[in-house]
Design a protein around this ligand. Structure first.
Ligand code: ADP
Ligand code: MG
Length: 263
């Protein structure tokens, strides 16, 4: 299968007035077209840094990053980013927030507006276009953010803990919606989460990072029958708990080993 995202020995060092901090060290990984990959690891292990590098917001200190074969430094337009905070503008209506990405790219023509309206309906926001962000619940706001992200038709979605500020039930509903929507459209996705359950339930593959500096610790395929189920159903599928415990064990080992591994 075609590779969508390719990282080759990517390292990143933050430099500021107090010195240099190595955040990521020699990360090599490939995400295939249409694959849903989760990135998990303790706080500070470099997950957000990795997404910023893939999106091109940050330039790696060393190594190369390619999206569909193009180096990200050359301005790849095929990436959409969704964050924990929805970053909706309070003075714009929901509809105007949803079409903002297209507007900024100068691509908001009639056809694009129809696409936004279609997505709004699909996300259950059809009747809410004229309302303002403060009038919506957290889950609805994240759905607006999802419409805004999908409206620009990115091939790769980077999701940085988009469900972590939501209550449990809303989070489960949104997981279903996001997983279903991205699968149906054949999108490639990289989800950052600190929730092992969410990672297993949503992904084809789970990648574990360890901190100081951020390195790959494990890269596990999710078994076919769990992958084939929706996130809600996946949680009840045979093998789910085994995989959860394996990942849990890796986290536990990191804490006991102080984040250092040998060999
Ligand atoms: P995560 O998302 O896994 O919690 P981050 O990618 O945000 O981790 O951060 C990785 C490490 O890099 C952390 O130790 C963090 O303190 C450090 N870091 C992040 N951003 C900066 C920055 N702008 N300057 C210096 N250090 C940073
Ligand atoms: Mg982060």
């Amino acid at each position: 299968m075609e590779s969508a995202v390719e990282l080759e020995k990517v390292s990143h060092v933050y430099v500021n007035g107090r010195g240099a901090y190595p955040a990521l060290q020699e990360i090599s990984l490939t995400v295939r077209q249409g694959e849903f990959v989760s990135l998990i690891g303790p706080s500070g292990c470099g997950k957000t840094t990795l997404l910023s590098l893939i999106s091109g917001l940050l330039k790696p200190t060393a190594g190369s990053i390619r999206v569909y074969g193009e180096r990200v430094e050359e301005g790849v337009q095929r990436i959409g980013y969704m964050l924990q905070q929805d970053y909706l503008f309070p003075w714009r209506t929901i509809g105007a927030n949803a079409s903002l990405g297209l507007e900024l790219l100068g691509r908001l023509d009639e056809a694009a507006q129809e696409r936004v309206d279609g997505l709004m309906n699909e996300m259950g926001l059809g009747g809410h276009s004229q309302r303002y962000p403060h009038q919506l619940s957290g889950g609805m706001r994240q759905r607006v953010a999802l419409v805004r992200t999908l409206a620009t038709e990115p091939d790769v979605l980077l999701l940085d803990e988009p469900f972590s500020a939501l209550d449990y039930q809303t989070k489960l509903q949104l997981e279903e919606l996001v997983a279903g929507t991205l699968k149906a459209r054949g999108k490639t996705a990289v989800l950052v989460t600190h929730d092992i359950t969410e990672a297993v339930a949503m992904s084809d593959r789970v990648i574990v990072l360890q901190p100081n500096p951020g390195r790959l610790l494990a890269d596990l395929e999710v078994p076919e029958r769990i992958r084939g189920a929706s996130p809600l159903k996946a949680r009840e599928t045979e093998g789910f708990h085994e995989l959860f415990h394996r990942l849990w064990g890796l986290f536990d080992g990191m804490e006991k080993g102080g984040g250092r591994s040998h060999g």
